[in-house]
Each structure stands twice: as structure tokens, then as C-alpha cells.
Design a protein around this ligand. Sequence first.
Ligand SMILES: Cc1ncc(COP(=O)(O)O)c(C=O)c1O
Length: 428
Amino acid sequence: MPIISKFVQLKGLEYNFIRFALRRRQYSSAAPANAQLREILSDQLNGIRDAGTFKSERVITSSQSTQITVEGSNEKILNFCANNYLGLANNPDVVNYSHNVLEKYGAGLSSVRFICGTQDIHKNLEKKLAQFHGREDTILYASCFDANAGLFEAILSGEDAVFSDELNHASIIDGIRLCRAQKYRYKHRDMNDLKNLLETSKARMKLIVTDGVFSMDGNIAPLKEIVALAKEYNALTFIDECHATGFFGKTGRGTEEYYNITGSVDIINSTLGKALGGAAGGYTTGPKELITFLRQKSRPYLFSNSLPPAVVATGTKVIDMLLTSNELTEKVQTNTQRFRSAMTKAGFTISGENHPICPVMLGDARLASAFADEMLKRGIYVIGFSYPVVPKGKARIRVQISASHSTADIDHAIAAFVDVGKSLKVIH
Ligand SMILES: Cc1ncc(COP(=O)(O)O)c(C=O)c1O
């Protein structure tokens, strides 16, 4: 090893030792509590920075769209990293409708739903969402995180059991933590593992829980097999459709529709904060008794403010659009196919299946970060994901396709990927 790099390595060890010693130091209990808090948190923040996992936020100075501007530049950049699958986040019809509702119904309710926070527009949106999913009823929450946090604890007791895919979203993991049910985690999409767990369970109610689409890999739950196992072992099924509702499946009805088994899942949770206008809000849709029960028992619903009227209006307008036309759903699917097939042909590995989440697999974390920087220089905004967000050695750039990308936008992104890919020797 050259002497200079040995020196740098030793210096690095020394530096890490000092950091470790600092982190282990005793904090003075005599210091004012506020100063102590700052000191403890600053130390932990330094640890996050040292680990290279500190998340900084780029500030957007335009509306959310395929073309955005960011702080420090007037240049428009092409956005390929929002969950704006249908491109409706700044759609003029959606914004106008929401504006009118804001004028008529005011800024907010200053109340939870059951005291004086339910307007006709809330009931109307719940009805439309149930209609869209072909379910009996729907309950709105401030977010899908809340819907996931409120469901399991409300309906499951110690006599019941929950079986959850190991890669389910954090909000499902947290929601399950809050409940008293017996908890089982099955290996990602592994139906043998799920079967074995179901077989041994003597629980009163069994609930199988999965993301419909997994957002880091753009891959899909094996829903047909899950539904078959649920039948065999008399279990209930739950799917989180945040990355499916509105755009996945032929008419955007989600993972069930993708597999041609519409109506076979018992409970669906989803969000208004991605394809459905991108504002905020989440919901549970399913059997009438379940929804009525959640209104009585679900804590994030009972103890949190009503969705603001303008937000309710955004979701309502989008659902109205989707109930009358498939145009945007078809467009995002065509765009997805164009991107996936050209990129694969160019020599890239794209993870997932037929989904607008298109992870361009690169492996090395530094490469993913350098790749994203080079893409930005070419006017394309994408983000590199690496450990601990994804497993070590599986760093990637997660591209998200939208219906509002033009064919020229998609081709521009592909050309930039090929250019950067060649210069960084990812492809030949
Ligand atoms: C799979 C999944 N579930 C739940 C959520 C939370 O949704 P919301 O933003 O409505 O809280 C997200 C958001 O990232 C998600 O990806």
C-alpha cells in the first residue's frame, strides 16, 4: 500500500476513534435541559452525517410538475422523482375546483370529524372513493400513514394474528406495532413462508398484510397467491395501494385489477397524496361494519383534525376525472413501457414489473450519487438511493414516470441515462 494512503487510513481511524469517544462522553447533568438537548442531538446529527445518511432537501420554487425550478437556479429541470403519477398535482381543472371549494367552505374545520368537522364534501368524497374501489364504504384520514396507524390497533386483539411482508411500508410496521395481535413477518413475497406461518396459527382472526406495490423496487405483491392462501386458511387480506390507486391496472383500480381479481381483497388503504392530486389525505375502504367501527375506535381519526376543504376538493375532482376517463392511466402506462424497454435495450437493469417506479440498478452507492449529479447537469432530476434505504450493494436511481411526461421528455431522460451510463462505464 502506498505510504500516503496508509497515512490517510490511519488518520481516518484516529478520527473515528475521537468521534466514538466524543459520542460516548457523559453529558453534564448540571447543564440546562435545553442545552443538554442541543448537545445530545448535535452529536447524533454528526453521527448521521458521518455515516453518509443525512437527508438534505432540495427546495423547489415552482409548483410540483414535470418541469420544476429549484432554489439557486432559474433553469427548468425535468422531474422524474415525484409520486405525481397522473400529473395532476398542478392540473388547472383540479386547482380551480379546489379554489372554488376553498372559497365556499373555508380554510378548515377547526374540529375532529365527530364533534363538528364533517361537511357534505367529506361524505361525498368517501362515497366516491368507495364507488371507485367497488367497496361498501370509506373513511378519510389526514394521511395514509394515519390510516395504517389506526387500523390494526382498532380491529385486532391478542386473540388475533397479523402476517406482514417484511418489506411493508414503515407506516404499516408502526401500525402493527401498536396492536396487541400475535405478529408474524413473512419473507418478502415468499408464499411458502406465509403458508407455513398461517398453518401453525390458532388465532381467532388472521389478517395478511401487504403493500400492493413495493415502492423501492417497483415490484408487486403476489396477490393471486395471497388471496388463495387466505381462502385456504380462512384469513382476511389487507393491501396498501399508495403506489397503485388511480394508475395501476387497466383502469387504475390498482393491484387487484392488475391481476384480474377485482373485489377479492377485504381491506384497502390508500393515499390522496400521490396520484390522486398529490395534496394530502388517506383512507380505508372496505366492508360497512369495518368503516363504521373505525369511526368509533380508530385513534388518528378520532383525535385529529378533519381534512381541509381544499384538500377534500382536490381528491374529489381527481376521482371524478378517473370515473369518466382512462386517458391519463393509459398514458402513464405507455410512458412506462417506452422508458423500461428503451433502457433495458440500452443495457441497464431495471427492477420491478410494468410499473412507473423504474429503479435503475447500479449497485455502488457512490456511483448512484455521482450518476444522479451527472443527470442533473443534463437537466434531469433523479435521486440515488443507497443503504440504509435499500440493501447494501443495491444502490439505484429510482425513476418515476408520470402521465404528464411527453414522449420527448421520456426520450430526453433515456438519452441522458445512456450518455451518463457510457461515461461512467455502466453500459457500453
Ligand atoms: C406504501 C405507502 N404507504 C403509506 C404511505 C403514507 O402515505 P401518506 O403520504 O398519505 O401518509 C406511503 C408514502 O410514502 C407509502 O409509500
